[in-house]
Design a protein around this ligand. Structure first.
Ligand code: MN
Length: 261
């Protein structure tokens, strides 16, 4: 259910992005992916309810509480997307380079502060806050640390879908006044730059449509998780992709199926 839009937008026979799958357990990881698509933006994703709840942040996250970053809620992504770094080939949805800019874990915070301080909350509280449009979280990333709020804006625009949120750093620990996202560039898992990921260091352009590569992971606590994901994926990759494409009821996939059968 939750990944219908994700599936509808993609052709898994052409993109190296992971196939849709809703997980039974959520392990409270988060990822921020720097994505050079039509426009450069940062995708902020929280592992929650078996998927990655996702927001596109045009200016990127900030550790300065004075910055209220516009965050457009986009379709849920599968959990395995959290370490996706590579190239989405031209002609596909979101074509361009994707970097894992930051990765880590998050905790739900209680909606009610104790003596003016936020304290850890529950999974149920997080789901309720998300629904209500005021989600408070604590991030333990490599780059992003401390308390944040994701607040849905009440748009007065007629026909507004209610997808506009603000990502705001709370005051307290880990505040960096005048935070400049560009100063903290580079992949959190491979150390690569956008150019290196694109496979062309000498030019800002990329021509190849090579598969996404997962470089050597530097964080030991992530290595195990990634290894598991890889071992699950590899042996049956071809079959999985085929099945998912067909079940995605994409016209092209159906045509292919007809030809095959
Ligand atoms: Mn994106």
């Amino acid at each position: 259910m939750a990944l219908e839009e994700y599936t509808r937008k993609r052709r898994f026979s052409e993109t190296p992005e992971p196939a849709p799958k809703v997980e039974k357990k959520s392990r409270h990881r988060f990822v921020v992916q720097k994505h050079r698509a039509t426009r450069l933006h940062y995708d902020f994703r929280l592992e929650m309810e078996g998927v990655l709840k996702s927001w596109a942040v045009p200016k990127g996250p900030s550790l300065d509480p004075a910055d209220k970053r516009l965050a457009m809620q986009v379709e849920d992504h599968p959990v395995s997307y959290f370490d996706f770094e590579g190239i989405i080939p031209e002609g596909n949805y979101g074509a361009g380079t994707v970097m894992v800019w930051d990765v880590g874990t998050w905790e739900p915070l209680s909606p009610v502060p104790v003596k003016g301080k936020f304290v850890p909350g529950t999974e149920a509280e997080a789901s309720a806050m998300l629904k209500h449009g005021d989600l408070k979280i604590r991030l333990h990333g490599k780059k992003l640390k401390g308390d944040f709020a994701l607040v849905r804006m009440r748009s007065r625009r007629p026909g507004s879908k209610g997808t506009e949120w603000l990502l705001i750093k709370k005051k307290g620990e880990y505040v960096v006044p005048g935070y400049d996202v560009e100063q903290y560039d580079g992949s959190a898992i491979t150390g690569r730059s956008m150019r290196e990921i694109a496979g062309d260091e000498g030019s800002a352009e990329w021509q190849s449509s090579r598969k996404a590569s997962r470089g050597k992971v530097k964080a030991p606590w992530l290595e195990e998780t990634l290894a598991k994901l890889e071992s699950k994926k590899k042996p049956a990759r071809g079959t999985i992709v085929q099945q998912e494409t067909v079940s995605g009821t994409h016209a092209r996939a159906l045509k292919k199926k007809k030809k095959l059968s």
